[in-house]
Design a binder for this molecule. Structure first.
Ligand code: NAI
Length: 248
C-alpha cells in the first residue's frame, strides 16, 4: 500500500497527456494529490485524468500552450479556483526540433526555447504566489543534454541548460518562503519523444549507457516522488540526474 503522503494537496503537471508527465501525474494521484493535468489540448489528457481519478478523485484536464504567457496566467487562476489551491507545480511539457546548426531554422530555435524554457518560466511566475502561501514545491524536467550538450540539439540543450539555471535562481528566491525548487535531468527514456529516433541510433545510444538499458517514465516518476514528497523537504536548487550513467 502506497503511503498517501500528498493527501489534500493540489498538483499541476504540464505535458501530462503521455510519457513522463503522465507517469508523474499518476504517481502524485497515487500519493493522494488532486491533479490538474495540462497538455496542448485538454482532450489529450482524458486517459491520464481517468487513471488519476481512479487513485484520487478530483483530477481535471486542461489545455494550454505553455508558451502563451497570458493563457498560462489564466489557467493557473482557474486551477486554483476549480481544485481549491495549488501546492505542487511540475513543469514537464517539452519538445525537440533537432537539426545540425547549419540546418536549424530560426523558428526551430525560437519554438523550442519558447516551449521548454519560457513555458517553464510562465508557469513558475503564475504559480509563485500561491506556492509561497503553502510552502509548495516546484519540479522542472530538464535533460542531461542541458549538462553535456549534444550535436544536433543546440536549441534543446540551451533550453534545458536554461531550465537548470532558472531552477537554481528560483530556489534562492523562494527558499525564504519555504518553497523547494528542483529539477530532474533524465537521460534516454522510452516515450513518444524518443520513439522518433531511428533504430540504429537508439541501439548506439543504448550501448553508451553504463547500465545498458533505456530508462522508463516510471523511473523518472520515482525521482519526482522523492523530490515532491516528505523526503525532499530539505533539498532545493538541485538537478537530479536519472540517466543510467549516460552522462558520466
Ligand atoms: P512526450 O513528447 O511523450 O510528451 C510531451 C508532452 O508535452 C505532451 O503531453 C505534450 O502535449 C506536451 N506539450 C508539448 N508541447 C506543449 C505545449 N506547447 N504546451 C503544452 N503542452 C505541450 O515527451 P516525454 O518524452 O514524456 O518528455 C517529457 C519531458 O521530459 C520533456 O520536457 C522532455 O524534454 C524531457 N526529457 C525527455 C527525455 C526522454 O528521453 N524521453 C530525456 C530528457 C528529458
Amino acid at each position: 500500500m502506497t503511503e498517501r503522503t500528498l493527501d489534500g494537496r493540489v498538483a499541476l503537471v504540464t505535458g501530462a497527456s503521455r510519457g513522463i508527465g503522465r507517469a508523474i501525474a499518476e504517481r502524485l494521484a497515487k500519493r493522494g494529490a488532486k491533479v490538474a493535468c495540462v497538455a496542448t489540448r485538454a482532450e489529450n489528457c482524458a486517459e491520464t485524468v481517468a487513471a488519476c481519478n481512479a487513485l484520487t478523485e478530483g483530477a481535471v484536464a486542461y489545455g494550454v500552450d505553455v508558451a502563451d504567457h497570458a493563457a498560462v496566467e489564466e489557467l493557473v487562476k482557474t486551477v486554483q479556483k476549480e481544485l481549491g489551491g495549488l501546492d505542487i507545480l511540475v513543469n514537464n511539457a517539452g519538445i525537440t526540433r533537432d537539426q545540425l546548426m547549419l540546418r536549424m531554422t530560426e523558428d526551430d530555435f525560437d519554438r523550442v526555447i519558447d516551449v521548454n524554457l519560457k513555458g517553464t518560466w510562465n508557469f513558475m511566475r503564475a504559480a509563485a504566489r500561491p506556492l509561497m502561501k503553502c510552502s509548495g514545491r516546484i519540479l522542472n524536467i530538464a535533460s542531461v543534454v542541458g549538462i553535456t550538450g549534444n550535436a544536433g540539439q543546440a536549441n534543446y540543450a540551451a533550453s534545458k541548460a536554461g531550465v537548470i539555471g532558472m531552477t537554481r535562481s528560483l530556489a534562492k528566491e523562494l527558499a525564504g518562503r519555504g518553497v523547494c525548487v528542483n529539477a530532474i535531468a533524465p537521460g534516454f527514456i522510452e516515450t513518444d519523444m524518443t520513439a522518433e529516433i531511428d533504430e540504429q541510433a537508439a541501439e548506439n545510444l543504448k550501448g553508451s549507457i553504463p547500465l545498458g538499458r533505456i530508462g522508463s517514465a516510471d523511473e523518472i516518476a520515482d525521482a519526482a516522488d522523492y523530490l515532491l514528497g516528505p523526503g525532499g523537504a530539505y533539498v532545493t536548487g538541485q538537478t537530479l540526474v536519472v540517466d543510467g550513467g549516460l552522462s558520466l
